[in-house]
Design a protein. Structure first.
Length: 145
């Protein structure tokens, strides 16, 4: 199967046996078995799967889709979709995990916010204001005063 080279972000699991790839041009998310070079799972229907991130325990994968205004939360073990959260024109882009590994921070580029989302339930916990156009984000426990 041919996969477009228009790839923005990918993720490799800790053991190095799986590669998760988002193809922005083709609107696909594909999981490859790196030991056999076979496709494990492929999802269609994305418009711009901007980034892919696995939780540290590799139980969940989160996939923001900038052009669909969605965040897909998948069971990374069973390769099944748990939640597809649809937003109203927020431009979801960057993702980072809280150390609890069950909360994801999502940058809302078009709304100048960061959303904190509970991964197992898919519920938004709270929002934080940002400067204009937040994109890639990170998490640090350091408190700036």
């Amino acid at each position: 199967m041919k996969i477009s080279r228009a790839i923005y972000y990918n993720e490799i699991n800790e053991s190095g046996s799986e590669l998760w790839i988002g193809s922005n041009k083709d609107g696909l998310v594909t999981v490859f078995d790196l030991t056999t070079d076979n496709i494990i799972k492929q999802w269609r229907g994305f418009k711009f799967p901007y980034r892919i991130l696995l939780t540290k325990d590799e139980k969940y994968a989160v996939i923001p889709d900038y052009k669909n205004n969605t965040l897909t939360i998948s069971d990374a073990v069973n390769k099944t979709q748990l939640h597809q959260i649809t937003f109203s024109n927020i431009g979801p882009k960057g993702v980072a995990f809280h150390p609890n590994d069950r909360t994801v921070f999502l940058s809302a580029y078009s709304k100048n916010k960061i959303l904190a989302i509970d991964i197992p339930s898919g519920k938004t916990l709270f929002e934080l204001p940002t400067g204009k156009g937040p994109d890639g984000i990170g998490y640090s426990p350091i408190v700036l005063e």
